[in-house]
Design a protein around this ligand. Structure first.
Ligand code: SAH
Length: 217
């Protein structure tokens, strides 16, 4: 069975290998620290626990996956989280990414469109003691207006463009990390930054493969 330390070593190696694309040879130590503290085996089905620390996405049921550890770490790093931040995750799945974020920011709000996954993830996070995460069933296209604006938004499913509500619900100076592309085509992990005038600039980071963002457009 793989170990957390093995997973962290692989993340560090992969960071170096992708340096040409991401512009970063190493992820922030806080991000690596958070990856080391969240038990990934608690977020995967029983029969996949032996593979929990391999650097692969794994099935979590309902045709969905928990993302590859390196990609979770990279997206977290690209969000540039700070201890007082309030962040939104769209596509919470197993709740793993939300748990990682919860160790780095003040409060995480997370939305998952498949009701059974949302229920299971919410319960799991509660049991594991991640008290600063609120995860509920909902369509991320609308964001979560009651808790906006957010310092950062992570979208864990691919969309052809950034849902306008998410752009609106981001604070000036904030970032959105999202895979952009159509289903079954190569997608590009993008970081968008909102400036003081509400203008966005986007940066392509890496080619990725995510499940599609479903729901309303
Ligand atoms: N971040 C997750 C991995 C998620 S996979 C983890 O750490 O486990 C992407 C998830 O996005 C899937 O569970 C899928 O059901 C969800 N999803 C797809 N479209 C969505 C939408 N419009 N709103 C919220 N969640 C959505």
């Amino acid at each position: 069975m793989g170990t957390v330390d093995g997973m962290l070593r692989t993340i560090k190696i992969e960071s170096r290998l992708t340096q040409g694309f991401t512009g970063r040879s190493a992820l922030r130590p806080e991000v690596i620290g958070a990856m080391g503290r969240v038990p990934r085996e608690e977020f995967v089905p029983e029969h996949l626990k032996p593979r929990a620390y391999a650097n692969h996405p794994l099935s979590i049921g309902n045709g969905q996956t928990i993302s590859q550890p390196f990609i979770v770490a990279l997206m977290t790093d690209l969000l540039n989280p700070a201890p007082n931040d309030i962040v939104l995750e769209v596509g919470a799945g197993s709740g793993y990414q939300a748990a990682i974020l919860s160790l780095l920011v003040k409060q995480v709000y997370a939305l998952e469109i498949i009701s059974s996954l949302a229920g299971a993830a919410s319960l799991r996070l509660q049991k594991l003691g991640y008290d600063n995460v609120e995860l509920r069933h909902g369509d991320g296209h609308r964001g979560w207006p009651e808790h906006a604006p957010f310092d950062g938004i992570i979208v864990a499913a691919a969309a052809p463009y950034v849902p306008p509500s998410l752009k609106k619900q981001l604070k000036p100076g904030g970032r959105i990390v999202i895979p952009i592309g159509y289903p079954d085509t190569p997608q590009e992990l993008q970081v968008l930054e909102k400036d003081r005038n509400g203008k966005f600039t986007a940066r392509d980071i890496l080619s990725v493969s995510f499940v599609p963002l479903t729901g309303d457009e």
